[in-house]
Structure formats: C-alpha cells, structure tokens
Write a protein that binds this ligand. Structure first.
Ligand code: LLP
Length: 450
C-alpha cells in the first residue's frame, strides 16, 4: 500500500517536501500559510519547477528556439514572462492567448499560431503583430491568410499541419493524429501534399515547415518517431517538386507536444531527454536515407512543463460514510472546490494523487472518494483511494500535477469563483492571479433595461 504521508517526487513539484511536523512546503513555503493568506481552493505553482522544466526541454531539443511552450496548458502574463526569460518560444491557439502573450511583452516573432478555425480577427492580428509563424489547418484558411497577407503587403511564414495517421494511445478526446478527427491535412489522402504545394505557390505565404502532433499525455515514445518518419516522406516528395529557392526555406519539422507526465505514484513520466535524442537521431537517419537535408526538429510541450509544477490546495469540509452494499462502505470526503477548478477527472476520467498537507495522517486506511462541492454527483476528483480515516473538517488536502489544463479549463459552475494562482520561490509566496469575486461576475452583466 502507498504511504499516504509520503510526497512522491515524480508527481509533485520538484520543491515540495513534507517537514518533520507533517506540514508540506513548496519552495520553502508551508501550504497552510498559503491557505491562511490566500484562502482555498488555490493553485500553488513552484516557479523554479516550471522554469527548470523549460530548461530541461531546451537542453533536450538543442536550444530554446526549438521548444515552443504550448500556452494552452497554462497561460498568464507572468507565465509568459517566465517562458520568455527561459528563452523558449511559444504556441498560441487563439486570439486571446496571443493577446495575453503580447500583453506580457512576449516577442511576436517567437510565437507560432495554431487553431483549426482561426478567426479573421486572429489572422489579422497575426499579420499586424508580425507573429513568427502560422500552422495552417485547412485549405480555406490557407487562401484566406494569403489574401489577408497580400492586403497588408506582408509575407507570412507558415507550416502545414499534417495528420500522419497514428493511433496515439491516450484518451480519444486528446488523440489528434488519426484520420477521423478535425485537425490538419491528411497525409494518406494526399491533401497534405496538395496544401504544401499551394502554400509554396501562394505569393504571400512562405512555406517553412511541416507540423504534426500525435496527441497529448502520450507514453508510447515510438509514436513520435513514426510520425516523424511519415512526415519526412512528405519532405522527400516536396524535394522532388519544389524549386530550389522554395526548398531553401523549408527547414522545420515540428512534432508538436504530448509528453506524458506522472499523475499518480505508479506512473512514470516520459523521459524527454531520451525521446528527444531518439527522435532527433531518427530524423537525421531517415533524412539521410531519403537523400534530403535533415530538417530542424521543433516541439511544443505544454503539460510536461506546466503540469507537475502546481498543486491545488483545498480545505476538507464534510465527511460521510456511504453504505454501498453489504460489504462495502465508502468514505466521501468533500473539499471546497471540484469540477470547476479541475474538470479533467469528469471529462477524461483523469486520475490524480492527493495528500493531506497540513499534518501527518494517522488513521486506519479506508476506501475513500474525494469529491467536490458542486451540485452534481459526477463532481468527483479522486474516485477511489485508500486513505487514513482521520481526514476531517479543516484539514488541508492538495492534489498534485494540476499545473496544466486545470486553471485554463476552469469554470464558474455554481457561481464558484475561480481560485487564485500563487507562485512560490525561495521561501516567498507571490499572488500571480487573484481570486475572482462575485463583483467580477456581476460586472459582466448588462444592468440596463434591455
Ligand atoms: N501542440 C498542439 C498542436 C496541441 O494541440 C497540443 C495540445 C500541444 C502542442 C500540447 O500538448 P501537451 O504537451 O500539453 O500534451 N485538455 C486536455 C489536453 C488537450 C491538449 C490539446 N492540444 C487535457 O486536459 O488533458
């Protein structure tokens, strides 16, 4: 049985430790102090953890210019500044993400724009702000971007998003390289080749590379290499067709994100360094076999940078023993957040690691379910775990690896207020984003008569 009082270092932030008095600290800041100052629920992010994962990625892939942080995982102006200071590039997937990155002073030329249905306003902003590159998703968008660029006398660097036809072993909603899904141009049908030709021909577009993304939370490292090999086949075809000046610009193979992290103690994060070495080696080898220059490999990790850096801190409220059947009683422990601050268990069946963080737990282990405080029975954060039975009202409970896809997917269900994000570093806590207030919600309403 797992020891509930341990803090598994491969799941929790790098600077999380349980002290001798049982209190968990992150970067030297005791979590109960954060609860006192900022209230609960609260996201707590270990700044050095986030930054060190940026650096690890840059090292693994040969420099920050090859790593685009996928800002959809977690984006605030502060996070954008961290990414900038660590020398990485950034991906945005909407006008809003672009605006936040630019507001933080993130250099536009180091941004890549994504999206399967980019709005005209987004495309116009990409052009006027001189965003580095655009990953094209469909033929209509290709034409539109060419037209808009022409109207602004602008030449836009583009990549073609290729669907390489790989079945990534992850949840259906986050697997993106198989045929029957909305993203990109199909390799198998020839439409990716057709798009690449069209982009190369387009007067106001400059085809700089090909892109693919096999999925998210991927552990099967082979998927990245197989996708790379397939897309390299397209590079080969383009080498046969395109004139030398066009080919000279075509130098990027962007393999997207997807590096799996450990959410629970029994999972192991993907070894990014090993995967990077493997993929880069394979690209060089296959390019050589195909007789083409090896493109530079770029990646777009989101979760693997932001995910493990944060925890969500809750206070325990009601505890209830539910008689399930003759032999089973399940203890329901309710915390003061839930599906509004972390929709992932309800949406993907995602598993998490939760621990008591304000003291040592001492009770007998019992079958426990951690639920939220929303008016919905599906509001479950951890469906089943064996926890000591002394968890009770007023205890602080934290769920780890909530840095990615939690704050950014949060909602106001039941008019719950979005929690603050507090960053910790060197023994100091700093408010990154304040808690929402009811006034914030009411301020959106039209209070006029119509
Ligand atoms: N690049 C592209 C083109 C993507 O679509 C994504 C994720 C990434 C990079 C970053 O993937 P990552 O390294 O973070 O796995 N909401 C889901 C995840 C959706 C991912 C969407 N695209 C979740 O909570 O698991």
């Amino acid at each position: 049985m797992n020891d509930f009082n341990s803090i598994p270092s491969h799941v929790w932030p790098r600077n999380a430790v349980r002290q001798d008095d049982g209190v968990v600290t992150i970067a030297g800041v005791p979590l109960p102090e954060i609860a006192d100052t900022y209230g609960t629920p609260c996201y707590v992010i270990d700044e050095d953890d986030f930054r060190s994962r940026c650096r690890d990625m840059a090292e693994a892939f040969g420099g920050g210019e090859n790593v685009h942080y996928a800002s959809k995982a977690l984006l605030t102006a502060t996070v954008a500044r961290w990414v900038d200071e660590e020398g990485l590039c950034m991906d945005v997937a909407s006008l809003g993400e672009l605006q936040i990155a630019l507001a933080a002073g993130f250099p536009a030329e180091r941004i890549t724009a994504h999206g399967n249905n980019k709005s005209v306003a987004f495309l116009r902003a990409i052009i006027s702000e001189k965003v580095g590159s655009v990953v094209l998703d469909n033929a209509g968008e290709l034409e539109l971007l060419d037209e808009l660029s022409a109207a602004s006398e602008h030449i836009q660097d583009v990549l073609i998003r290729v669907k390489p036809g790989i079945e990534a072993h992850t949840h259906e909603f986050i697997a993106t390289a198989h045929e029957d899904q909305k993203f990109g141009f199909s390799l198998a049908s020839g439409s990716a080749m057709e798009a690449a030709r069209a982009a190369a021909r387009a007067e106001n577009l400059r085809l700089v590379g090909l892109h693919c993304h096999v999925g998210s939370q991927v552990f099967d490292a082979e998927g990245f290499s197989v996708a790379a090999e397939r897309v390299l086949g397209l590079f080969r075809q383009l080498h046969d067709e395109l004139p030398a000046d066009e080919l000279a610009q075509l130098s990027v193979l962007d393999l997207g994100g997807g590096y799996g992290i450990a959410y629970t103690e029994d999972e192991e994060p993907l070894n990014v360094r090993a995967v990077a070495a493997d993929v880069i080696g394979r690209v060089a080898e296959v390019a050589d076999q195909l007789g083409i220059p090896a493109p530079s490999v770029k990646v777009e990790p989101g979760r693997a940078i932001a995910g493990p850096a944060a925890v969500t801190l809750y206070e325990v409220g009601s505890v209830k023993d539910v008689h399930v059947d003759e032999d089973t009683t399940r203890r329901y422990v309710a915390v003061d957040g839930g599906m509004s601050d972390n929709i992932r268990p309800a949406l993907y069946g995602a598993a998490y690691d939760g621990r008591l963080v304000s003291r040592f737990a001492e009770g007998e282990y019992t079958t426990t379910r951690i639920v939220g405080a929303h008016c919905e029975s599906g509001d479950i954060l951890i469906p089943e775990a064996s926890y000591p039975n002394d968890l009770g009202r007023g205890d602080l409970f934290a769920i780890a690896a909530t840095g990615a896809y939690c704050y950014v997917m949060s909602s106001r269900y039941n008019a719950f207020l979005r929690p603050p994000i507090v960053s910790v570093r060197g023994g100091q806590a700093k408010l990154m984003v304040r808690r929402e207030t009811v006034e914030d919600i009411l301020a959106l309403e039209n209070t006029g008569e119509h």
